[in-house]
Ligand binder design. Sequence first.
Ligand SMILES: CC(C)(COP(=O)(O)OP(=O)(O)OC[C@H]1O[C@@H](n2cnc3c(N)ncnc32)[C@H](O)[C@@H]1OP(=O)(O)O)[C@@H](O)C(=O)NCCC(=O)NCCS
Length: 164
Amino acid sequence: MTQCSIRLATPGDAEIINDIQNHYVLSSTATFHTEPLTLEERLAWLENRSSAHPVTVAQTDGGIAGWGALEVFRGRRAYRQTAEFSVYVHHAWHRRGIGRAIMADLVTRARSLQYHALVGGCCSESVAVIALLETLGFERVAHFREVGRKFDRWLDVVFLERLL
Ligand SMILES: CC(C)(COP(=O)(O)OP(=O)(O)OC[C@H]1O[C@@H](n2cnc3c(N)ncnc32)[C@H](O)[C@@H]1OP(=O)(O)O)[C@@H](O)C(=O)NCCC(=O)NCCS
């Protein structure tokens, strides 16, 4: 396992955050973005968020290896105690405990931010994140069929949830 510390992201992390996710945008169904985000779009995403929706990065001796975020889960006010997470680990850093460290930290942050439920919507093909979440006590609560389309294929989405 690689030692890492999880900290809040700063605007200076925008480029590596973008590089990490854009790899998956272009090469996989892990994200339903179909076009890479520009640095300007990433900076705006990073800067236009409240403290209730933090972005974190995993800092290692070798640089930033991954990132996580708590996002708004639907906009209506009654959903305000639920957050949806994102987690991305650089493709060169897989299977060294980084994703688990980012997710464990997000769970702790979500609790201290008074969220009641944490959910994640993952492509059904994303076996790594689904396995990771199940080891962290998330349960599959929904399976939407053919709601996404990328690379000329229909994609299913699985939602996993953990009550905090
Ligand atoms: C999912 C992801 C974040 C996991 O990060 P990681 O740092 O490689 O995962 P970890 O090393 O912390 O693994 C923790 C556990 O997750 C599970 N896991 C991770 N990768 C797995 C894989 N490829 N297949 C099966 N289980 C896997 C295992 O239970 C693993 O524990 P173990 O190594 O002791 O067996 C990473 O694969 C990733 O960034 N994938 C692409 C982006 C993505 O799918 N994001 C989610 C969008 S919702």
